[in-house]
Design a protein around this ligand. Structure first.
Ligand code: HEC
Ligand code: HEC
Length: 501
């Protein structure tokens, strides 16, 4: 419910009643992450102490009523920690809830409490990760890794929840993500068993490819540079690819498998291919309750895994947390150069800054009470940044080729700037080799494309901006961009190749 409900057009229609209903549903479902939060941060939660009492009551009952633990049966709402925060913590929503007696109804209503059967731990799933069919080939732990976000700061979680594109039918699930991880690293997904998703999306490279264009299964090159998969879930429209041609991640992940350059399989061939590998029967059972292999399930599992790849623990986050979430003040963990770079990144051009935040930290929602965006670093919608003047014969039209509208020509989606220090080369065509090249582009290389974004022009409809940054300022911006790298993502076991050799 998160992503769709939080999209602006729907949220407008939300009534107080539906909000309260949501809160009730969330209260029932949010126990696991709440517990984690409680341990970490008692003070935060004391604000909602009334709610909390109700929640814990609901939680106790839900636990008693819960069916025997079987991975697939699990209430999916439980798994999504992102959902819960904004609703509980959003000041706008929180107040009426505490005062409103309606919320208490469900608590009072249910007098049936005792059900000891559920506590019975004897119920055992016949399929497990210890299955020799799995263990022979894959190095997977006996209980799955936890793929939901661990230990992110409040400033991150609050913003993340607003822009999360996770659909209701594919909420975070450790078993699905585990299956997705195996699929991601499996060359069985390509026609001649040579290429996996990880060939072009490499963990230590922010899940991008150091090559300007990537080689597919038949050694042909892709038409564009591989995209970083970092924080793909934090893009509210959910549209994927540089030209946004895939409506959702669930649609997107089947694209490369069928692409004639990338992996070259039909979906029927894909299913047949996977059926030949013994380890998929137990893995599909663990993820979906039965061993049936289908392309829909491959799509769900792959996207579940890709969405779990989240970067939230960078030096930038440490700095933001240490000064109360205010990016405008210097961070104590930053060098003076990094602080200068931060200032340039945030300040608009007319105030002597470089204006980067105007796009890369665009407000996830507008309107009174909207939090100042500080941490997600995505561009909200495709934009034209004047990499070309639009007059070439072989121009990549980007979004324009998809929509057929001339005013979309040369517009592209931007990957998250998180881990950007690892994802060179840059841009849809991989044409900028280093971060310095990127900064030089924005400083004085922006070209006068007819669709050039107004934020990169001198005045409305004006000529391309010329920042003429000094050498020191360029170094500072570069240093700041490097503070957005969460080192832990590059060697996080959960995202690594699970195959034994
Ligand atoms: C041969 C290299 C190659 C392989 C293999 C490959 N990709 Fe990609 N991936 C790319 C390129 C290139 C793009 C950008 C293509 C475009 O925009 O036209 C891309 C884009 C994406 C995106 C879009 C990200 C965004 O922010 O919009 C996702 C997600 C993705 N790939 C996931 C996968 C998955 C999952 C697999 C395996 C099933 C996979 N890729 C296999 C090269 C590859
Ligand atoms: C008008 C909005 C806008 C502004 C302002 C802007 N950017 Fe971008 N940025 C984008 C878009 C859109 C892309 C992707 C463009 C493409 O590939 O064609 C991008 C790409 C990038 C990339 C490459 C990302 C990747 O993975 O390839 C970096 C790095 C970057 N911008 C940094 C900056 C910095 C630093 C500034 C300030 C000096 C800045 N941007 C200002 C919209 C903007």
């Amino acid at each position: 419910m998160t992503s769709s409900e939080n999209r602006p057009h729907r949220s407008k229609a939300r009534t107080t009643l539906t909000m309260l209903t949501s809160i009730f549903i969330l209260s029932v479902g949010c126990d696991e992450s709440l517990e984690a939060l409680e341990q970490e941060n008692n003070e935060e939660l004391s604000v909602v102490s009334t709610l909390e009492a109700q929640e814990s009551e609901l939680r106790r009952r839900r636990d008693r009523r819960a069916p025997p633990r079987q991975p697939v049966v699990e209430d999916p709402i439980v798994e999504d920690p992102v959902v819960e925060d904004p609703v509980v913590e959003d000041p706008v929503v929180e107040d009426p809830v505490v005062e409103d007696p309606v919320v208490e109804d469900p608590v009072v209503e249910d007098p049936v409490v005792e059900d000891p059967v559920v506590e019975d731990p004897v119920v055992e799933d016949p399929v497990s990760y210890s299955d020799p069919r799995i263990q022979e080939v894959l190095d997977l732990p006996s209980s799955p890794h936890q793929y939901s976000i661990q230990g992110a700061s409040d400033h991150f979680l609050n913003e993340a929840a607003i822009v999360d594109n996770t659909p209701i039918d594919n909420l975070d699930d450790d078993h699905r993500a585990t299956l997705g991880r195996v699929l991601f690293y499996d060359p069985a997904l390509s026609q001649n068993q040579t290429v996996s998703c990880s060939s072009c999306h490499q963990q230590e490279r922010g899940f991008s490819d150091p090559q300007r264009l990537s080689e597919g299964f038949a050694e042909e090159l892709t038409g564009r540079h591989s995209m970083s998969l970092i924080n793909v879930r934090y893009y509210p429209s959910g549209a994927m690819f540089w030209d946004e041609r895939a409506l959702t991640l669930e649609h997107q992940v089947l694209g490369p498998i069928q692409d004639s350059v990338e992996m070259g399989l039909t979906l029927d061939e894909l299913v047949a291919e996977l059926q030949e590998n013994d380890y998929y029967q137990p893995l599909f059972t663990l993820a979906f309750g039965d061993p049936q292999i289908s392309s829909e399930r491959v799509s769900l599992a792959l996207s579940n895994f890709v969405r779990s790849i989240v970067s939230h623990d960078s030096p930038y986050d440490a700095g933001l947390s240490s000064n109360g979430g205010n990016p405008a003040r210097p961070f104590t963990n930053f060098t003076p150069e990094e602080n200068r770079g931060k200032q340039l990144f945030f300040a608009p051009v007319q105030n002597g800054g470089a204006g980067c935040a105007g796009c890369h930290l665009a407000p996830p929602r507008v309107g009174p009470g909207a939090p100042r965006p500080t941490s997600i670093f995505f561009v909200n919608g495709a934009a034209n940044i004047g990499l070309t003047d639009g007059r070439g014969d072989t121009e990549d039209l980007g979004v324009g080729a998809v929509t057929g509208r001339p005013q979309d020509n040369g517009k592209f989606k931007a990957p998250s700037l998180r881990q950007v220090g690892l994802t060179a080369p840059y841009m849809h065509d991989g044409s900028l080799t280093t971060l310095r090249d990127v900064i030089n582009h924005y400083s004085d290389g922006v070209q006068a494309h007819p669709n050039l974004d107004p934020r990169l022009r001198q005045g409305r409809g004006g000529a391309p901006q010329r920042l003429n940054l000094s050498e020191a300022d360029k170094r500072a911006l570069e240093a700041f961009l490097h503070t957005l790298t969460d080192e832990s993502v590059s060697d996080d076991l959960r995202f690594s190749n699970p195959f034994r050799e």
